[in-house]
Design a protein. Structure first.
Length: 99
């Protein structure tokens, strides 16, 4: 199942998530949520995203919201999809430097 990004095309937070997905070469489907019509406050949306906000992702049944949390999740889960420096440092080695 392809990852689904529920968001609005003009939303900065939705674009943040889409950018990270593109950087990590993760195929995804954009599920449009029209915030100009208040779709993010619909009962169906609030059932999944209790704050009635966008974006959120559905990664094969795993639902996550808040764009920065989503970005960290993608960077951790799909880190092997890209070559070059990691978007996030390896915390196991970084914390040892300061211990």
């Amino acid at each position: 199942m392809v990852l689904k990004l529920h968001g609005f095309v003009l939303s900065t937070c939705s674009l943040r998530v889409a950018t990270v997905l593109k950087e990590f070469n993760v195929p995804f489907e954009l599920v449009p949520v029209d915030i100009t019509k208040g779709e993010q406050k619909s009962p169906a949306h609030v059932k999944i995203q209790p704050f009635g906000q966008i974006p959120y992702i559905d990664d094969d049944g795993f639902v996550l919201y808040e764009s920065r949390a989503i970005a960290r999740y993608i960077a951790a889960k799909y880190r092997n999809n890209v070559s070059g420096p990691a978007l996030l440092p390896d915390l196991s080695t970084e914390t040892e430097k300061y211990a």
